[in-house]
Write a protein that binds this ligand. Structure first.
Ligand code: SF4
Length: 166
């Protein structure tokens, strides 16, 4: 079977809410409506590591961006960002389409729109240095698995159809 040659990069918790800080999980596991949409479109999903999980583990408390903003956490995010950009380069060098990057609105690490999270600041800076420009979308705070997520799925649909096929 031919592959689609289309890949989206996502924050870790789009596919695994088990890493989210307690008590903020919005699904038992993955965000099913989002995953279903990506499956319908035949888009491969590249899941970024969760930087907060790597830094402080599962027992961490909710923290602000300024509380996370230490040299150690920035360096971790730089490392994750560099690895992700290297993977993006390999896709692009082989004529794959990166349809975009899906983050989490309001996250101190993974927010893309408005005030950016630390991981996304570092990743986007490294991407820019490598001449890579990404289409960006955040999962909004209202998104909850099992609720009516139609409005966001319509936004996602527009986001996904932004590009031409490779
Ligand atoms: S750091 Fe990012 S991937 Fe990890 S739980 Fe928060 S928003 Fe999700």
């Amino acid at each position: 079977m031919d592959r689609s040659k289309k890949v989206i990069f996502t924050s870790h918790c789009v596919l695994n809410q088990n890493t989210v800080v307690c008590p903020l999980a919005r699904a038992k596991g993955p965000y099913r409506d989002i995953v279903q949409k990506l499956m319908e479109e035949g888009i491969g999903i590249h899941q970024l590591p969760c930087p907060e999980y790597r830094h402080l583990g599962l027992k961490r408390k909710p923290m602000t961006k300024s509380q996370y903003d230490t040299v150690e956490f920035r360096n971790l995010c730089k490392k994750i960002g560099k690895d992700a950009v290297n993977i993006m380069k390999e896709y692009l060098d082989n004529d794959y389409l990166i349809v975009g990057l899906l983050g989490i609105k309001g996250s101190p690490s993974c927010s893309l729109r408005g005030e950016k999270g630390i991981l996304m600041e570092e990743l986007l800076s490294i991407a820019k240095d490598n001449g890579i420009s990404l289409n960006l979308l955040d999962v909004p705070g209202e998104y909850v698995d099992g609720k009516d997520n139609k409005e966001f799925i319509e936004d996602l649909d527009g986001f996904l159809s932004f590009h031409q096929d490779p």
